[in-house]
Design a binder for this molecule. Structure first.
Ligand code: MG
Length: 277
């Protein structure tokens, strides 16, 4: 039978889609008398540090800061622009005022102050956000310049000082934490402003709570595409040293939240455009 061009296209699209669907396996291992779940994505352990099994992304030169592209477009919702005298669009996760600080036109994470969240909630969106890890680097691995940008309050694009600071690739700067490492490492040195441009499509769930459409991410870090319309295979929450959380049904909208991981990471110029579906 001769395939029409359309059905050939449909078949190739199906092949592309299925090629992207990762195989996830789990096993329980005993460590120091404790049972821990290990998750493997396409055979690679979550938070694998062995470069023979999980290669480090190539280090590339960040592209120059594009002031025109970084400017909030007309109609965008500005979440922070540095002119604020209080962190008014954001609160602690419980709704109380946050103890994060305003420093030189930026919001700075304060150890022990907890995460912050936008008062407004969003679903699918395009988000621009700028961040800087501490100019004087302290700590190593996950302990250096750690924060995070969470879509819908839970899907984390990792923020980390990944400039000459190795960690497991699925937890380095730009990783969809525990799920997808960035395509390249486009990090700037500590203290320099960096950009994320995130296009996020929210997941959908059925009545029973089963995910019927997984979330998708395109992320541009300092001008480099580090996730190209990636389908997120599950949640990005911590579920032990080698496992990530699964999808759990939630509301259609959620806040943007930023992590206090104990390091004074700064954020500025944050704006968002909702994507109508
Ligand atoms: Mg983090």
């Amino acid at each position: 039978m001769k395939l029409t061009r359309l059905s050939a296209l449909a078949l190739s699209l199906c092949a592309a889609a299925s090629a992207k669907e990762p195989v996830i396996t789990k096993e329980t291992r005993e460590e120091n008398g404790q049972k821990a779940e290990y998750m493997f994505i396409d055979g690679i352990k979550v938070h694998e540090e062995d470069p023979a099994k999980q290669p480090q992304p190539e280090v590339v030169a960040p592209k120059p800061y594009d002031a025109a592209a970084a400017k909030a477009p007309e109609g965008a919702t500005v979440l922070f622009d540095g002119t604020e005298t209080t962190i008014g669009n954001w609160s602690s996760m419980n709704g109380e005022p946050t103890k994060w600080k305003l420093v030189d036109g930026a919001m700075e994470s304060v150890r022990g102050a907890g995460y912050i969240r936008t008062k407004q909630e969003f679903g699918s969106c395009r988000l621009h956000i700028e961040f800087a890890s501490p100019a004087k680097p302290e700590g190593s691995g996950q302990g250096r310049g750690n924060s995070g940008v969470f879509l819908m309050g839970q899907y984390e694009v990792q923020v980390l000082d990944s400039y000459e600071n190795k960690t497991y690739p699925d937890g380095q700067c730009g990783a969809l934490y525990g799920r997808n490492k960035p395509l390249v490492n486009a990090s700037r040195p500590p203290g320099e402003w960096q950009t994320y441009d995130i296009t996020f499509t929210r997941p959908l769930f059925d009545e029973a709570g089963k995910v019927t459409r997984k979330a998708r991410f395109t992320v541009i870090h300092n001008g480099h595409v580090i996730h190209d319309d990636v389908e997120l295979s599950g949640g990005t929450g911590w579920n032990g040293p080698h496992a990530a959380t699964e999808y759990a049904k939630h509301a259609d909208k959620g806040p943007i939240s930023l992590q206090d991981h104990g390091n004074p990471v700064r954020f500025r110029n944050i704006w968002i455009q909702e994507i109508k579906e």
